[in-house]
Design a protein. Structure first.
Length: 251
């Protein structure tokens, strides 16, 4: 069986969200299909895949490898293959760089053009774009924003279904991500940066990390902790001042 033939079955048996399936199909079409699509699946070698992975940026390579592992996992489950060429494959480490974000004060003073309200809403409520774009005025009740769906259908996870205190600025979002991203790019950030702005606001207002986890809709508390450990340069200086005062008191 050709890989191209098997992949059509894979798409029908995967239990993933519609957006994830769309991303998988794009990865396969761009990176795997040109290399292995017309090969017999049981004849694909580790070298075929490793050479391709080495040609990709680390993060893309990691995602492509995860997709390939999914394809072969299902092939093994359905007895389509007799060997797995992915067992020992690795990708280059992903270089993690600090993600830039703006404080609420910075968001509030900047001009976001026709999306002033939408940007402020994101920074004050921490919704993912896909969640915010699915909102209607009917989802704002009794001082809360009820998050129960996304533009892709169901929320990302059970923990994503949540209630967030409403702080104003709601205005219908565009149904495409691109206009807001273009707007955010003008100030050197991304749409997702405003989720970090919200997380940082929670942190500076002494909201406990477990409460922040619920407000952000994180299923993994470690994800929230990673955001909470983000610091700005002035915080380092402030920490020095606080510790200096502590020592002076002690003396």
């Amino acid at each position: 069986m050709l890989v191209d033939e098997w992949i059509e079955t894979v798409w029908t048996v995967l239990n993933v969200r519609a957006k994830t399936l769309k991303d998988y199909k794009h990865l396969y079409k761009i990176h795997l299909k040109p290399v292995i699509g017309l090969l017999e699946i049981d004849s694909v070698s580790s070298k075929d895949l490793q050479v391709k992975l080495l040609s990709l940026p680390p993060q893309t390579a990691r995602h492509t490898l995860m997709l390939a592992k999914t394809i072969w996992r299902e092939a093994e489950n359905y007895w389509v293959v007799t060997h797995n060429p992915l067992t020992k494959l690795r990708t280059a480490p992903i270089q993690i760089t600090p993600k830039k974000f703006l404080t609420w004060e910075e968001v509030d003073v900047l001009d976001w053009g026709k999306y002033n309200n939408q940007i402020r809403f994101l920074a004050l409520h921490g919704l993912r774009w896909s969640e915010a774009a699915a909102l209607t005025i009917g989802d704002i009740k009794d001082g809360s924003v009820l998050v129960s769906r996304s533009v892709y259908g169901a929320c990302k996870s059970k923990s994503s279904v949540r209630r967030v205190p409403y702080l104003g600025y709601f205005e219908q979002f565009p149904k495409s991500y691109k206009p807001l991203q273009k707007c955010a790019n003008l100030h050197g950030v991304t749409v997702h940066s405003f989720r970090r702005s919200y997380a940082y606001l929670l942190k500076t207002q002494k909201i406990h990390v477990t409460t922040a986890q619920k407000l952000l809709g994180h299923s993994d508390p470690m994800m929230t902790l990673k955001v909470y450990t983000s610091v700005l340069d002035n915080e380092i200086d402030e920490a020095g001042d606080i510790l200096g005062k502590f020592l002076n008191i002690r003396e």
